[in-house]
Write a protein that binds this ligand. Structure first.
Ligand code: ZN
Length: 278
């Protein structure tokens, strides 16, 4: 057991060694940040710093260094979590322990049940439908959407800048993860994508939870992919194919580029095969 730990631990420590935290300026004082895990956003306004999501604890120092480089006078003053997954909340304690951490009420309920999650990284401000505040001249609106990726997802609007952080309600150019163990729903995910699409205009900048910065057309592509692949798999079910037979038939060449290491084509077909749609 000890030998196993000794060989495994250095590999885990190395996992983040070469990760660089990088920024893209989206408006004055507003940036998208990437590293490893879920994309982040930040508003830096003098001594006020808002951060949306916190990636992993191991990256906290690199994230802090990036915030300083962008002009942050001190640490994060407000952290928002889009949902509960570890690649979005892992750095909560290191980056925002002791300051305001805002999330949907279900995020707190679920994280609080995880005894390993640092207590000072738990959200201390929760809400159920909508929460709005201003920071550095930006109006920031947090909107809850019905269960889809999980049952605690919010999107974060930067109203004046016409920028929105979708959290994991968008996996740009990739099959999405529907976490049914945490209240997720395929139907909810498709419905929410449709709802959000109607709230965007041609100029809106959309930060996905994973993947490249995108726009209304990118959200539309994702919706088209989900509707088309769901129709394919529903067709297989209607024809009496088992899950394994559906996987063997596959989705065809058109959707190959959406396959990635976490949500493979096979896993996406399984998700669709068991989807909670009529
Ligand atoms: Zn997630």
């Amino acid at each position: 057991m000890l030998a196993l730990l000794l060989t495994v631990m250095p590999l885990q420590a190395d996992r983040f060694k070469d990760v660089q935290v990088q920024h893209t300026e989206l408006a004055q004082d507003l940036y998208m940040l990437t590293g490893a895990g879920g994309n982040m956003a930040t508003v830096i306004a003098g001594d006020k710093v808002l951060l949306v999501d916190s990636q992993y604890a191991e990256l906290a120092d690199k994230i802090k260094a990036k915030l300083s480089e962008l002009g942050a006078k001190a640490g994060v003053t407000t952290l928002v979590n889009t949902h509960l997954h570890g690649d979005h909340v892992g750095g909560n304690s290191q980056l925002a322990g002791g300051v305001d951490i805002i999330a949907h009420h279900n995020v707190l309920s679920r994280l609080a049940q995880d005894s390993k999650f640092p207590r000072n990284g738990l959200p201390n401000i929760t809400f159920k439908q909508q929460l709005k505040f201003t920071l550095g001249g930006q109006t920031i609106r947090l909107d809850y959407l019905p269960p889809s990726h999980t049952d605690g997802d919010i999107v974060v609007w930067f109203e004046q800048a016409n920028v929105v952080h979708f959290g994991d309600l968008l996996f740009e150019g990739r099959f999405p993860f529907i976490d049914t163990n945490n209240g997720g729903s395929v139907k909810g995910y498709i419905d929410n994508t449709q709802t959000l699409l109607g709230m965007l205009n041609e100029q809106t900048k959309v930060i996905p939870g994973h993947g490249q910065l995108t726009d209304k057309a990118g959200v539309q592509r994702s919706l088209d992919m989900m509707q088309a692949t769901l129709a394919i798999v529903q067709g297989y079910k209607a024809a009496g194919l088992t899950e394994q037979q559906a996987i063997e038939k596959g989705l065809g060449p058109q959707w190959q580029s959406w396959h990635w290491n976490f949500i493979t084509e096979q896993r996406w077909i399984k998700t669709l095969y068991h989807a909670d749609v009529n």
